[in-house]
Design a protein around this ligand. Sequence first.
Ligand code: ZN
Length: 278
Amino acid sequence: MRWALPPLIIAAVASAAAAQTMTQAEPITATQGQLLIASLPAGSHELTLDGTPVHVEPDGRFMAGVDRDFTGSKQLAWVMPDGSNAQAELKVQPRGWDISRLPARLATPANPTPEWLAQRAAEVAQIQAARAEPSAHDFWRQGWAWPASGRVSTHFGAQRIYGDTPASYHSGMDIAAPTGTPVVAPAAGVVRLATGPFSLEGNLVILDHGRGLHSAMLHLSKIDVTVGQTVQQGEKIGEIGTTGRSTGPHLHWGLSWNGVRVDPEALLPPLPAEAPAR
Ligand SMILES: [Zn+2]
């Protein structure tokens, strides 16, 4: 998922009023649910995506997440090293998703007790707090490794529709493997949450990869890390399990960029034959 910015075109349209120049770069193509990791010319700064500031590194590297259900285009704008303004259209292409249509009678009736709702609210607050503050780490730049060996049992974006009612889509990727299979960090990160079992997530670990990018590893049978610890890519953080709302042993890996959920599987190399644990 790496791309270089295409050559800049339609350069230097002078404004008589401010003597400013605006460079219009070639459109950039992304896909729904994608985490873009890309480069602007070194020294570019003040990058925005549809007006929202996005961190850009001194060498021009940046990332941006695209929502699964976004359609249309976004606008990237930044200041070039020479102080001139530049912009590029980010065209988001649709992607197909695994959709299962099931009879309405199979939908699980929601019937939470007040006690369950109170516990759930506390759990959600902990998860939100763990992801609240974007850090300045640059672990997100290092590339990605499989967090466990196994079979991908559910892809990001999969969705069940009961009658006419869509359930919320699957916000990560599932890797099915026996309980006790090692789970390792897919990239280096700081442990922001290591707790459980939560009612849905079971035992979970949240890793901070920097600049608002977080991994959530769910349903673990065992946790090997503590909050505040920095783990390296490939370092063991726990073991696969089936804690929380889960129908069998698997790892759910969710990846979010400043609240935008993106597809981790799209970042991964082909699955290695050997377990990545060490
Ligand atoms: Zn899952």
